[in-house]
Design a protein around this ligand. Structure first.
Ligand code: UD1
Length: 375
């Protein structure tokens, strides 16, 4: 069975790592190639994850880079079509919800190649999110839909997807977290930054809805700076956020050291370094999808600066608070956490570090089924 695994942007790397490892364990039955679209290309946004997670160099890098959604998607499709025609895979595996995920799905399906989507069925119901459009287009086309939780399965069933395309496998991002937790611990990031465990908080913020509008971004940064009067805040800046904060004249909220009322900004961090910080944080303030899941497993409160989530399981059983981007709500929730309000934190079903293994087992089974159907 010849498989092309696709990655493009930062959160994809953590998701593909355990899948590649699980495929390597079946090298007698699976031949696989890794294609990087090049959607993310800076060392800290891409290569550092390969180094941290021990993923071998992509077999192909399409080198597509940044652009508008249409430009980026189109360029990925043109470049990926050539690879599919040359390699003739039996299956393409896509992960997550970035532009690369959708672009490669459409390309492969139009060539009659089967496609599997890992992290299928997540829905925010927010069509202003480019990721929601990517998720819908990807899932409607994919042959195998690997779901992380019961909400995802219900979403797919409600959209009329037949049961035999849906596989409940758990969460590959969490496979990676379990696999690298001890290694991350050894990074000692809090100590390196002179911080005490549970006496600092981390931030990530990069969604267009939060960082592309000057008023919204300034409101959020003002809330952060008030929180920074009580607790040090560390903010590895996404390039989009950095660029916009400069254009909007908001860089005065930032500092390169810990100062009361200012946010300590840093370059985007590697996976292990950031995990090392997050596992000992008092709370994480974020608009990321993956961090809502990681904090649930780490038992660290997560203040999600979004009006909705495609990952409601993290609120149902995990440590996630949805607060939107209203500065007052961000402040109130952070204050609650600072005052020690406990939230129950459980672990979602099948988030046990074995999701990738289950995916590969299903793929091997489906291959056997389709071969016997052909005979
Ligand atoms: C993308 C994903 C988002 C994911 C995020 C993780 C889509 C639609 N969005 O958003 O779901 O959560 O990645 O980071 O696929 N840039 C650099 N260096 C890089 C990459 C990007 O400087 O290596 C800058 C460029 O100015 C670029 C901007 O960041 O235009 C945005 O990059 P892009 O990949 O288009 O979207 P993200 O905001 O990173």
């Amino acid at each position: 069975m010849k498989i092309i695994n696709v990655v493009g942007a930062r959160p994809n790397f953590m998701k593909i790592a355990p899948i590649v490892e699980a495929m390597n364990a079946h090298s007698d039955k699976i031949q696989h190639l890794l294609v990087h679209t090049g959607q993310h290309y800076d060392n800290q946004m891409s290569q550092s994850f390969f180094d941290d997670l021990g993923i071998s160099k992509p077999d192909v890098n399409l080198g597509v880079g940044s652009g508008s959604h249409a430009e980026q998607t189109a360029q990925i499709m043109v470049a990926f079509e050539k690879i599919c025609l040359k390699e003739k895979p039996d299956l393409v595996v896509v992960v997550g919800d970035v532009n690369s995920t959708m672009a490669c799905t459409i390309t492969a399906k139009k060539l009659g190649i089967k496609v599997a989507h890992v992290e299928a069925g997540l829905r925010s119901r927010d069509m202003s999110m480019p990721e929601e459009i990517n998720r819908l287009c990807t899932d409607v086309l994919c042959d195998y839909l690997f779901a992380t939780d019961h909400f995802a399965i219900e979403n797919l069933m409600n959209e009329g997807v037949s049961k035999d395309r849906i596989f409940f496998v758990g969460n590959v991002m969490i496979d990676t977290l379990y696999r690298f937790k001890d290694k991350a611990e050894k990074q000692n990031m809090p100590q390196k930054l002179g911080l005490q465990p549970r006496q600092y908080a981390t931030i990530t913020l990069h969604r267009p809805s939060n960082v592309d509008d000057p008023e919204i971004l300034s409101g959020i940064l003002e809330a952060f700076s008030q929180i920074a009067r009580d607790i040090p805040l560390i903010f590895p800046l996404h390039p989009r956020t950095k660029k916009n904060a400069e254009i909007f004249g908001l860089s005065h909220y930032f500092s390169n050291s810990f100062e009361k009322g200012l946010i300590r900004v840093m370059e985007p961090m590697g996976y292990l370094e950031f995990l090392s910080l997050n596992m000992h944080a008092k709370m994480v303030l974020t608009d990321s999808g993956g961090l809502q899941e990681e904090t649930t497993i780490l038992g660290v409160p997560c203040v999600t600066i979004r009006p909705n989530t495609e990952r409601p399981i993290t609120c149902e059983v995990g440590t996630n608070y949805m607060v939107g981007n209203d500065p007052q709500k961000i402040l109130e929730t952070a204050a609650k956490i600072m005052n020690g309000v406990q939230i129950k934190g459980g672990i979602p079903e099948k988030w046990d570090g074995k999701a990738a293994q289950r995916i590969v087992e299903y793929l091997l089974k489906t291959k056997q089924i389709s071969q016997s159907e052909m005979r």
